[in-house]
Design a protein around this ligand. Structure first.
Ligand SMILES: Cc1ncc(COP(=O)(O)O)c(C=O)c1O
Length: 448
């Protein structure tokens, strides 16, 4: 790479370089969740804050945070420096030994987890966090079944993908003991509800009836994304999560909150559960814990569940559990988020820019369905018309994606929705500029 490329992301032969990188990637790399002959034509060479660029000098405001993980933005100097320093000190060490970076990372996370969660089991990412949370719940209760939700994603490993509700589960259900229910989603209610309170009440009733019918004595846990993310950023209606907690308590079930996507500032709070004050027994995290600078995830474990393994062996582990580079990145990322008010910024951007801006687009554009979200965690649902609420088709969604990219906005498109999920560090000006692109694109698509 040339000095010019490093300096500003552009070089005279940048477009040729991008073409060569793309060709090599598509020839040699097997990509996730994709037909290999139909991959995106996208090269990213660098980034800073909430902006990304390629070698040809095209830049984008990032409304995706990649896979909703770059909460602290790109190339945060404190996190980059911490990784470098840790690499110079000790770049790898087995999970069984004590190491300062690991204890510091656990402490930094536990500064923000709800009271009652007292220990951290570190994993490599979100899927294995969910996998091990399920294992802990089964070992703790001596029961098998896991109740989770059709509108969910929990990761691409055995139990996590079986617990997942969306299309990625189908054909991958080789783990046993998983049952699914529909959670609340008033805009497309499964319960003929006409108000948030009706939706909440009826979804809770159906959940409890499922628990009763499955037999509480056979159920280890209810596993739920605090705010289902990939499924559409479905902010739960008032009373719902508290009701789930009560059902778990009534039947002696473990409550696992999956905060892999919703945690670490995404909703304008450290964890999404803070909005409702619901305390889980196990809470999974990954992504925003260190913004993916080095892969990491984990499970925050209640004192009671952890106590069960004082003398009993926990039958689970990973070679890289608590990897020192990931741990150093966690300590630095959480420290920077605390010192720089990153979570508060996410709350402010949501309340002052994204929330009102997306509501305006949803109301004014004939394709606008519903805008919903919290912090920097928003979905704009697009429909063929406002009455039928028929989802906008794939062709139109592809056009929206292409036009956004051409106009300098990196969107996150999921089914018939634009997920507006920028880094938590995005400025108000960047967020407004991104919304202006989105509005212009949707106006053009709506005009046909
Ligand atoms: C809620 C939730 N849980 C688990 C996962 C899996 O995380 P990973 O891809 O890091 O394994 C994801 C990923 O998007 C997620 O959104």
């Amino acid at each position: 790479m040339t000095e010019l490329t490093r300096a500003n992301g552009a070089s005279p032969d940048g477009a040729a370089l991008d073409a060569a990188i793309l060709a090599a990637d598509h020839r040699l790399v097997f990509h996730s969740w994709s037909a290999q002959a139909h991959l995106p034509q996208m090269v990213i060479a660098g980034g800073q804050g909430a902006r990304l660029w390629n070698n040809a000098g095209q830049t984008w405001i990032d409304f995706s945070s990649q896979l909703v993980n770059a909460n602290i933005g790109y190339q945060h100097p404190r996190v980059v420096e911490a990784i470098k320093r840790q690499a110079e000190t000790l770049a790898t060490i087995a999970p069984a030994v004590a190491n300062q970076a690991r204890a510091d990372a656990a402490q930094a996370i536990l500064r923000h987890t709800p009271p009652g969660l007292t220990k951290i089991f570190f994993t490599n990412a979100g899927a294995d966090a969910v996998e091990n949370a399920i294992r802990l719940a089964r070992l703790h209760t001596g029961r098998d079944k896991i109740i989770s939700f059709y509108r969910s994603y929990h990761g691409n490993t055995g139990a996590a993908i079986s617990a997942t509700g969306d299309w990625r589960r189908i054909g991958n259900e080789h783990a046993v003991g998983h049952r699914h229910v529909f959670g609340p989603y008033l805009y497309r209610s499964e319960y003929w509800a006409t108000s948030p309170s009706e939706e909440s009440e009826r979804a809770l009733r159906f959940l409890e009836r499922t628990v009763q019918a499955e037999g509480p004595a056979s159920i280890a846990a209810i596993l739920i994304e605090t705010v289902p993310g990939t499924a559409g950023i479905l902010v739960p209606p008032p009373g719902y999560l508290e009701g789930v907690r009560r059902i778990a308590d009534r039947h002696g079930l473990v409550l696992i909150l999956d905060e892999v996507m919703a945690g670490f500032g995404r909703t304008g709070a450290w964890f999404a559960r803070d909005h409702w004050d619901v305390t889980p027994d196990l809470m999974t995290f990954a992504k925003g814990v260190n913004s993916g600078y080095v892969p990491a995830g984990g499970v925050a474990i209640s004192e009671q569940i952890a106590a069960g393994f004082e003398d009993r062996v926990f039958p689970g582990g990973l070679t890289y559990s608590g990897h020192p580079l990931a741990m150093a990145a966690i300590v630095a990322a959480i420290g920077a988020m605390e010192d720089e008010g990153v979570v508060e910024n996410a709350a402010r951007i949501g309340a002052e820019v994204l929330g009102p801006g997306l509501a305006e687009i949803a109301a004014a554009n004939r394709l606008g369905g519903e805008a919903r979200g919290l912090g920097v965690f928003w979905a704009l649902e697009l429909v063929q018309d406002k009455t039928s609420r028929q989802p906008l088709d794939d062709q139109a969604m592809d056009q929206i994606k292409r036009l956004c990219l051409e106009r300098g906005l990196m969107p996150s498109i999921v089914a018939n929705r634009v997920h507006v999920v920028p880094p938590c560090v995005i400025t108000a000006d960047e967020a407004r500029a991104g919304l202006a692109v989105l509005k212009s694109v949707l106006d053009q698509v709506a005009a046909g």
